[in-house]
Design a protein around this ligand. Structure first.
Ligand code: HAM
Length: 424
């Protein structure tokens, strides 16, 4: 679990607002959810025989003896909230949510125990148009942020009937090579054989390569859905690779699944992943409602943005107010408040704790401010302030207090509050 320090927060906020703006430009609306849910919700949604539920949840009993869990992902909570708040009664919903998720995984670069996701979920949409739109939307995010080095992998898991048929074929095949399976796979053979295809154990790769693939056992409806999705992606110019072994680590998926993966971040390559979960709303007590969504790992997005040379626009202090001498601090406070009132978004820092001219200028420099306002006793008497540019070779000038708002609005290129045409 990481502390995210101020400098990193600037990048996080830059990325978060880009992702949010794009999701909203496609009609997604924000939903804020609790971080704690009943453990049962995740057991039922994600599945009993998954790494998350078996090994990774932070679960505990509360004071009433109820088992609660720090959410390991957001989709189950979105569906629960949709049902309990009646959001799915004869309506479709496009929702986004974000925040911390918790999984007790083995920490390594790109894999943390508290991490952050940005999620989008479209509930009540049959697809494949919405499947394509969600993917096109993620591609727009990469373009906006200048992120390259991502490839899109897609697959289909079919409908429950064809999945069952495929599962039987897979179990037949795997049972035939049982003596060569690792412990994890033997355990999964009965309960969740599809997950064996996702094994990272190098000794298992030969067996996995030779396994039958879902794509050869698809029902016609899912095959049509998948073909249409591919055609829509082709038309939108979004390149993809069909990966028949992409199965995902959560049990609620059916039909379309996808992952954006990178080779730029070491072994934790999935930056954004998702798929359809047409059966989940009904399973959790709602009416049958088709649904699809994806989640982006923010830590991985930040890392990839940096690898791709992304820069966050600077958002430091604009003006540092230095006060020197009797009665100047009161004037400094008052002037700083006037500037904050008068100029939208201006960042003004008043020197706190006194100090010599030299030490105040040192702090001004360290604050990253573009200008220092120098208020001394003589300036106070003449109703003027010294304006000292800190990032250019320009000389210090003397500005009448009455002119200060106009001069600083111009110099910082920030609009004076209430100015005609100014917008937030
Ligand atoms: P997921 O693949 O488990 O899917 O997680 C989505 C993304 O979260 C991953 O692609 C990765 O970027 C990030 N992530 C997962 N675990 C960690 C970790 N331990 N540390 C850092 N980043 C991590 C889901 O959670 C689904 N709920 C996605 C979804 C939404 N499907 C439909 N709607």
């Amino acid at each position: 679990m990481n502390d995210i320090l101020p400098e990193a927060c600037a990048t996080w906020r830059h990325l978060e607002s880009a992702v949010r703006e794009i999701a909203e430009s496609y009609g997604y609306r924000e939903l804020r959810l609790p971080i704690l849910e009943h453990t049962e919700l995740f057991r039922r949604s994600i599945g009993e025989v998954t790494d998350i539920v078996e090994k990774e949840m932070y679960s505990f009993e509360d004071r009433n003896g109820e088992s609660l869990t720090l959410r390991p992902e957001a989709t189950a909570g979105v569906v629960r909230a949709g049902i309990t708040n009646g959001l799915l009664h004869n309506q479709r919903q496009k929702l986004w949510t974000r925040g911390p998720m918790f999984r007790h995984e083995k920490p390594q670069k790109g894999r943390y125990r508290q991490f952050h996701q940005f999620n989008v979920e479209a509930l009540g949409y049959e697809g494949p148009d919405v499947d394509a739109e969600l993917i096109v939307m993620s591609a727009r995010i990469w373009r906006r942020l200048g992120i390259s080095r991502l490839t899109l992998e897609i697959n289909t898991l079919g409908m429950p009937v064809s999945r069952k048929r495929y599962r039987d074929r897979l179990v037949d095949y795997l049972s035939g090579v049982k003596s060569r399976l690792d412990q994890d796979s033997i355990r999964r053979l009965e309960q969740n054989p599809l997950r064996i295809l996702d094994s990272k154990n190098p000794d298992m790769q030969g067996i996995i390569e030779a396994a039958p693939v879902m794509l050869d056992h698809l029902d016609t409806e899912s095959a049509g859905h998948f073909d249409e999705l591919k055609a829509l992606l082709d038309a939108a110019g979004v390149a993809y690779r069909v990966n028949p072994r992409l199965v995902r680590g959560l049990d609620y998926y059916n039909r379309t699944v996808f992952e954006w993966v990178t080779d730029a971040l070491g072994s934790q390559g999935a930056v954004c992943s998702g798929g359809r979960y047409d059966g989940l709303v009904e399973k959790l007590g709602g009416r049958p409602t088709p649904a699809i969504g994806w989640a982006m790992g923010m830590e991985r997005l930040v890392a990839l943005f940096e690898v791709c040379g992304g820069r966050t626009p600077a958002a430091g202090t604009d003006v540092y107010v230095a006060a020197l001498g009797e009665g100047t601090l009161e004037r400094a406070f008052a002037l700083a408040e006037t500037l904050r009132d008068a100029i939208d978004g201006i960042r003004v820092e008043v020197n706190l704790g006194g100090g010599s001219f030299k030490s105040q200028m040192k702090r001004a420099d360290r604050s990253g401010a573009a200008f220092a306002l120098v208020i001394g006793e003589s300036e106070l008497a003449g109703n003027r302030v010294g304006l000292k540019p800190l990032r250019s070779a320009e000389e210090q000038s003397d500005v009448a207090v009455d002119d200060l708002v106009r001069v600083l609005a111009e110099k910082t290129m920030k609009p004076a509050a209430g100015a005609a045409g100014s917008s937030k």
